[in-house]
Design a protein around this ligand. Sequence first.
Ligand code: G1P
Length: 308
Amino acid sequence: MNDSPDFRVTFRTAVVPAAGLGTRFLPATKTVPKELLPVLDTPGIELVAGEAAQSGAQRLLIVTAPGKDRVVAHFAENLSLEEHLEAKGKTELLEKVRRAPNLLRVDSVVQDRPLGLGHAVSCAEAALGADEDALAVLLPDDIVKPHGILKAMARVRAERGGSVLCAIDVPKSQVSSYGILEVEEAPKSASLDVLRVLGVVEKPALSEAPSTLAAAGRYLLDRKIFHALRRIKPGVGGELQLTDAIALLIDEGHPVHVVVHRGTRHDLGNPGGYLRAAVDAALNSEEYGDGLGKWLRERLDLDSSDAN
Ligand code: G1P
């Protein structure tokens, strides 16, 4: 979508909050950080780093927690492994091993207490350059495909200023799991589905939900977000919520738009969503697609004949 001459990257740093305990993935996450669980063969954090790099980010800033150093270590070179693979002539594996360290610069900051997504984002402030007036935030639980949504969001910020979110339309039964947006029509933007955001409410009951459009883990935020984050009180779950800071900015007149994403979105944050992402990736792969597809069809046929 976006290598047109008018495209401007409006951010340098992509912040990835990765300090969570991964409780929905216990017992696996007792010792392995959730962000390192592989989708097929690639850790979720590398998928998100790849998306950030493709979108023009120059730096990934991982917000990590004490004891989760291995998430950042995934982006360091492993020279002895590389030498071993090189000596054995395993060039494909070598490329895979070298990919993460070569994607983009990776830095980290530590969120020492689990005070919520808003607090995690606020930990990034001190690590941004004084000239950075916007930042991207990518939640590593959310896989949004095809890539390109952040470039679209950057285009909207370049045209309209303010902050830009990404939304997906969710079933009514799921609104209480998301930040839900109140929106109104906005002037059309080329081929993009762009709406103006009038409000956002974190995890509402269905009766309180202003729509079924949910914030989907990709944010392009004006630096003003940090000032708002300093002024919010703990919200849903007793945590400092990013949505509450965005709502505060909107109330103060800051323009916020949303690009509606109509492609694939997977939630790696729970075993069911994670499995779908893995199956999707496997079905798309040359190596595993055919075999897995055949096996799945046989397996499902067996199930339906058992049911008859
Ligand atoms: C977070 C945000 C929520 C957003 C969701 C997207 O919730 O707080 O607004 O809609 O990510 O995945 P979490 O999934 O961390 O509970």
